[in-house]
Every structure is written in structure tokens, then in C-alpha cells.
Design a protein around this ligand. Sequence first.
Ligand code: AMP
Length: 220
Amino acid sequence: MTDGVRLVVFGRQGAGKGTQCARLAAHYGVPHISTGDMLRAAVRDGTEFGLKAKEYMDAGKLLPDDIMVGLVAERLAQHDARGGWLLDGYPRTPGQAEALAAVSGDAPFTLAINLDVPESVVIERISSRRVCASDSSHIYSVQQPPAVAGVCDRCGGEVVQRADDTAEAVRERLDTYQRQTAPLIAWFEERDKLATVDGNDAPDVVTASLIATVDERHHL
Ligand code: AMP
């Protein structure tokens, strides 16, 4: 496949990006590239890079642009990303967006989706979010727990609260979003790449609306 979708999904933490991006990537048959999941895997592996990343993540701060740009450029150069991709949680600053436009030169992203959920709702969602400690893309919540308490349905890993889902880190991350990521809305809009999708609805309704938005833009 050479003409798959190239999508960017951003939004406040807790907007449902992880869940929705996994569904969208499966629907369009492209790799789901989540920079948060990549960083959490590095933390779990205990690499030097992972230890450094953890300090930023636990504090609710963004890693420096140059590090993230290199990480994503390397990932997009891999074979499975040649026919399209879905980036979840990247870019998160206008600088990262400029870099993405540069590395994806002849195959630029087609659409940036702002998965929009109000701050008051995401605060509530994050406090009840749980993830698998072995693979943070396996997501649960207090309302939707795994079948066996504390054990991931998909891989048997331990289901825990994310280290950066504490009240203090969440406040910091929302503030970081407002200061560093919200300016992307104007950046994408100026380039005629922005679509805003209401994420404050039942997961299946949000998925359907995301697919309709992408299909319309891609004339699928
Ligand atoms: P997420 O799972 O997308 O909420 O990401 C968790 C944490 O990883 C963020 O709070 C940041 O510390 C870090 N992170 C993920 N993606 C990026 C990015 N594109 N730029 C900088 N830091 C990032």
C-alpha cells in the first residue's frame, strides 16, 4: 500500500486519543505510532534514555523537541510506515509540527484531528484511567476494568494507574497542553489541515465520527 492515510491526532490528555487512535489505525490498516507509548516502553526497558524521559513524564513536562523529532523521524523511516501512519501525541508543539512537515516532505500528513474534550471532563476521566504495566496501549478504567481485577485481558500484564496520572502531574500536563500544544490549532488551521472532532461522547460514537471525518477529507 502506498497511499494510506497520514494522520495526526492531538488533544488534551484523557481525551481518548489512545483508544480512538488504536481503532482508527486498525480501520485504515496503518501503524499506530504513539510517542507516549514509545517513551513508556523505553522507561520499562530501563534504558538510559528511558530514565531521562521518565523525569519529564512524571513531572508532566514535554521532552525537548530535538529528542522527539529524532525519535519520530526514525520511526517513520521504518518499513511498516511507508504506506501511511497515524501519529498519536505527536506533534505537540509548533516546532515538532514544522519538523514533521520537513521529514514527511513528499508524503505529508493529510489531516490533523483535534479530539476535543473539555478540561473538566478529562480531569474526571484521567483519575479513573488504568493501563497495563506491560503495554500502556492496553487501556482500562475504573468503570471498564479487566475481567480479572488487576490483570490485563490482552496480555496478562498488571493493570495499574499511570505514574503521570496523579492529580499534580495532571494539572501540570493540562497547563503544558494549554501553553505548548493548543497553539497547534492555529498552526494546522492556517495550513488547512485541521479537523475538530467532539470527543465528549460514547467511544463508538466518537469512532464513527472520526472515520466519517477522515473519509470525507480523503474522499474514501
Ligand atoms: P501521552 O501518553 O501522549 O500523554 O504522553 C505521556 C508523556 O510523554 C507526556 O506527558 C510527555 O512527557 C511525553 N511525550 C509524549 N509525546 C511527546 C511529544 N510529542 N513531545 C514531548 N513529550 C512527549
